[in-house]
Design a protein around this ligand. Sequence first.
Ligand SMILES: NC(=O)c1ccc[n+]([C@@H]2O[C@H](COP(=O)([O-])OP(=O)(O)OC[C@H]3O[C@@H](n4cnc5c(N)ncnc54)[C@H](O)[C@@H]3O)[C@@H](O)[C@H]2O)c1
Length: 354
Amino acid sequence: MAKTYAMGVIGLGMGINMLPVNKRNDIPINVTQICDLNEAALKKTQSEYNLDRCTTDYMEMVNDTSLDIIGVFSPDPLHFEHCEAALKAGKHVLCTKPMVVSLEESKEIVRLVKEKGVKFMVGQTMRYEPQFAALRDLFDSGDLGDVFMGQAHYIHDMRPVYAATPWRINMPQDMVYGGLSHPIDALRWFFGDVDEVHAVGSKAPMLKCPNTGKHYEDYANYMVNLKFKNGLVASAFGAFGVVEPPQPMMGISLFGTSGSSTAEFADFLGGKVTTVLDHFEDKKPVEDLYPPETEGAFGHGRTSIRYLIDFGIALTNDTLPQPSVFEGAKTIAACSAAYESIVTGKVVKVFNEF
Ligand SMILES: NC(=O)c1ccc[n+]([C@@H]2O[C@H](COP(=O)([O-])OP(=O)(O)OC[C@H]3O[C@@H](n4cnc5c(N)ncnc54)[C@H](O)[C@@H]3O)[C@@H](O)[C@H]2O)c1
């Protein structure tokens, strides 16, 4: 397949997972340039992948006419600035989660994508993990009957992550978007637009950077009840200021009239999908096991390639990549409403008019 689309990548943490696309003949995307403030990482990656150019100035890359796509893998609070610049330059954008970190920013990104007529995809990894994709297939098959309720979680003790990626505590990373966007997007994937949310949250006195002692001041743990436009209900749980509990890092459960199923995943570890259908005589669960994926940054190498495949298809066929900018924006809107609910104690309507 011809490498029709040249991509520049900003941020070489999670963003390093874009580089193996160059070896894939089935994806029409080639990373030709990289950008990072860390010059040593930049030079190392440039020589390892034999890349044309590297820079510490993202504007230089964004304005380079040889590039078609900008991959935004910088710290969360910079996503808006980097996506806005790329869109204004007429580039397609692949942005890691969270798309942005406020409702206002999400509205402006959607406006720019519409104005420029370009493709914009949000790299929500949960949608591309094999066990969650298998749950989606089960949901689509109808075997669970009418699914009326769901639950999703993401639990991660952030202290070691702060030590490895200090921007998360220094900027800081707002966990309502940086963390809670995972289970909220996962539930939106199954149930569609969220009508209203009610949420409670707790702060975490022990959530500090082990290196500097800097404390994460805001709410760090969230319990969110969601009512969807179609009347279905679900709950999202996000816990980031906790001692890592003995349970899978991420999960999605679906409850239907003919069965219930739970899919579980953890970085670098295997996962499983466990299903009980009502017609099973003994109601004994069936387990499908998924081996660990360990390649790339955070073990998300293969997941990233899976979403790059879909992005390539959307570019080639001129279709909407999924999760699209609209999906990304609605997830941000639901996260924003959850935070408002925690602070006000009220049920909050979610903005969906993008
Ligand atoms: N499951 C997932 O999808 C997943 C997993 C991990 C990280 N992420 C996301 O990836 C993004 C990056 O997080 P990370 O964990 O890779 O952090 P990281 O610190 O490992 O990488 C970020 C990189 O961005 C560079 N950078 C910072 N400011 C820059 C600028 N102005 N211009 C160019 N480069 C700049 C840093 O030097 C660093 O190398 C975040 O948005 C995070 O939420 C997503």
